[in-house]
Design a protein around this ligand. Sequence first.
Ligand SMILES: C[S@@+](CC[C@H](N)C(=O)[O-])C[C@H]1O[C@@H](n2cnc3c(N)ncnc32)[C@H](O)[C@@H]1O
Length: 949
Amino acid sequence: MNVHDLSRDDDFLSHLLVEKLGTGTVPLVVHKMNGSTKLPKTDTNDLMRIVQRLVLTKGPVQQVVRQAVDELLTFPAVRYYLRLYTQKQVNAFATHASRYFELYHPSGVIEIAHTSRYAHRTGKSELCVLATRPLAPGAVVTELKGSMANLTEEEDKALKRAGMDESEIRRDFSVIHSKSMKKNHLFLGPARFVNHDCDNNCELFREGRYITFRVLRPIAVGEEITAHYGDSYFGKRNKHCLCETCEKNGRGGDEESDEEEHLNLNERRTRRGVYAVAKDESSEESENEEDDVVPLARAKDVVDLPGEADASSDLTSLPTSESNSPPRSTPSVLTSLPESGLSTPSSLLTSLSSLSADRQASASRKSTPFHSIISTRSQQKAAKLSKKLERERSRGGKRAERKERAVLTPSATPGPSRRTGSKEKDAAAVKKEEVEARVLRARPSTSNPVETVKEAPPKKEVIKGPDGKPLPTCATCGNILPVIVVDSEVVWGLGPESKRAKKQKQECPRKPGPYALRHLELRISFTPRPLTPVDHSSKSSKKVLKREEPADPNPRPQKIPTGRERILIRVKPSAPQPSGSRSVKSLPEEPPVKRKRGRPRLSSPRPKPTRDSSPDTLDFSIKVEEEEGMSLSLRRSFAQPRAQNGRFGRKDKGHRRATESISAPRSPRSRSERKADSTSDTRPAWTSPRRKRGAEEESLDEPEVIPRKNARTAADEQAQCSQRVLPRRSAGLKIGSLLSNPNPLRFALNAWKGPVLLSDDSSSDSSEEESTIGPDTPEDIHSPAPEIITVEDDDDDDKLSTPALVLSPVARGPLTYKPSPHAFSKRRWVAFNQASPPLTDKGKHRAVEEESGDEEESQDGQGLADIKSGSISSRWTARGLLAHDASLLTKYNISPLGDVYPMRREHAPNNTLKHLSAPLTSQFTYKPIAGTTPCLINAGWDSSSDNSD
Ligand SMILES: C[S@@+](CC[C@H](N)C(=O)[O-])C[C@H]1O[C@@H](n2cnc3c(N)ncnc32)[C@H](O)[C@@H]1O
């Protein structure tokens, strides 16, 4: 792409996709590269519709963005603009457009906003880049892309001359110098809006052929993304710099215009290190001979180049290599944009995807070690050293790696703090940087994978029991094998399995594998208590490890060797019990309770009993089995039967199946037959999905087997159920997904599906309740093992008497109300509107108060009131439609359809990207941060598009 085309395209596209979509009180004005570019007359609503579709369409980002670009290319104004373009130029235009469209994708992490920080000096409207998600150090901000064009000498000179015309701060546009090509490049696109800060939080770096931005230190939502242009970019020692750091430190902002301000064409000054990229890695060319960067603002004399210019720069696109992106589980959910897909011909972009995929794949495969584009001289030195060390390291030198760590760290975080710090401060900084360096090196694409393997795993400490002998450890994870205790009774961990462990490899139940605790949990089932003693001598593969015995009213906890983990399964009756009511004296007389299965609920809401076996005690067994023949049965008695009133996290499939089962005609077997069957049910617990299903179906039959006692009236039940609002657990959670890596998006979507009002119908057979719940957090999935699994008996529901741990996938009562997230938030919004009092003066001044930093707590609802009243500027953006980040949701109490974040004062006046959709449907809350003005970011969500209610 040539400079002329790039400048022209950027002016055209930034006008359409930044200026036109920013409809706030302060318009977003992009400095034009080429004053002569004729800006298109396009209906903003048409543009909004494209962006709206982009936001709402599900699918890979690349595909969605491509659709948007294709749509844009159908606009008459765009067609007219491109009428003389060759296919190559059209492709370059489309690629450039995709860079801007990506900003609007909900998975994005940044947005372009207005800033008033520099306006008082520059007299121009200035833009900036804000984070819309928390970004962790090392993260790559993939949306900060740019297209590059080689500058010819004339263009270079012309641009310099253009800069000469400027009297005030005048370096507006991005010029990148390629040392290997000995050329300057123009770098335009969303990346051009990154401003300078002397304590920058991001740095530009090169990875192979691409340049992009990497986060240096944690960036909060609403914080500006900044880079370091160079030590003397804004005058000598940046004395004219207007950044926040300078402001805080009482530096910069020098209005004096000295000689330096008048550009000397021979003076070689650049955004050293920020945009200077060398194609040739090995080039050891001195940084001091860097090329000029001249301001391009109002470059009226940009040379008009012939249509077909030189080939695109090597650095024209910044793909999102998957390997670059931090794991999605991290708070910063960075878009893994297969961006390069749009850098090839379109369907204009038709041939793009395959090419892009290849390019992307090769880019990530190549995984070229990145080189920081250094911003200070000290960093340059460090970088050179690091290059040297890298070479050594590639030869396999461990020592070099250590050395490099020491060298790299000081350069990792530029900024004045390092210069001024005391010794301790330095030490702390070095420590911190070491950590950062480690983090950075851990990036899969940037380090040699072999080297990570080199690090020897830490030696495990041998933990010994009270007898002085080493405790048995898991063959898989090496951890001490746990002891599972149910109501002070050791049910796993001290039995024969530990002896077996001596002979063969023993695995603990917390690791994925045949003994995974998850599996165990899922297989916990209630079985009719075998009335016959369990044959311990049985050599069958399903060896019963622990026989059921009448429980001791005052059970003495078994001694567990020190150092072994206890996993408690505590079953607590909720109703007041007579003393010693847990006695199992009456157990033998009690009718057996049909076996149920599933995993225990880890937290409330708790399942309720659905049936009972006797008026005042409930007898049931928990059977935990393992595939390799280990099974254990637990038995508990409750004074009160348990009620179940909810089913959580069950797949619809299971639900359907269960429901069908229930409505299906029962087998002609008599009740007594079935009862007898269930009593003598000695089938092993499920060991395979198929068997599991069979067990489920059987368990469905059982509600009829056991006569209900203490059944309440339907009216009672209805009254109770209608009041019950339970968080809907991840209904779509599949067991398989428990074993996979947590996906923050899926987790957030599942976790925020809204409440479920349980139907009174659930009482029709509440044994159909099931509690196969998913993990409470993604971490739950990976946590080694729950320390305590508490399963509490529920309160007063005496009719529903299925024990708490019933996990069998039986049918749940039909839900009377299953709102979509959208509908739910709408309802809440309406409720809020009705409830919210008229805005008081106090409310009106809230923003001011918040700036004082007094308020720390979430301001539920008040933000809305303020926004409604117009006292706080609201912004509609494409952001937050799908709130991916569970931690962010929690932190800011953000509704699933919109997120709100506080903004700096200088950004607040700007209302960008309004009217992406209407009406406002979510409830918003925000947490003000000291020194900031709250501002609303809402998802564009058209209420008409949601029919799921
Ligand atoms: C690459 S552009 C950044 C985006 C720019 N704000 C815009 O709206 O296009 C660089 C320009 O931003 C402004 N700028 C960025 N950081 C600055 C700083 N620390 N001090 C003064 N001006 C700055 C200057 O006008 C500079 O020419």
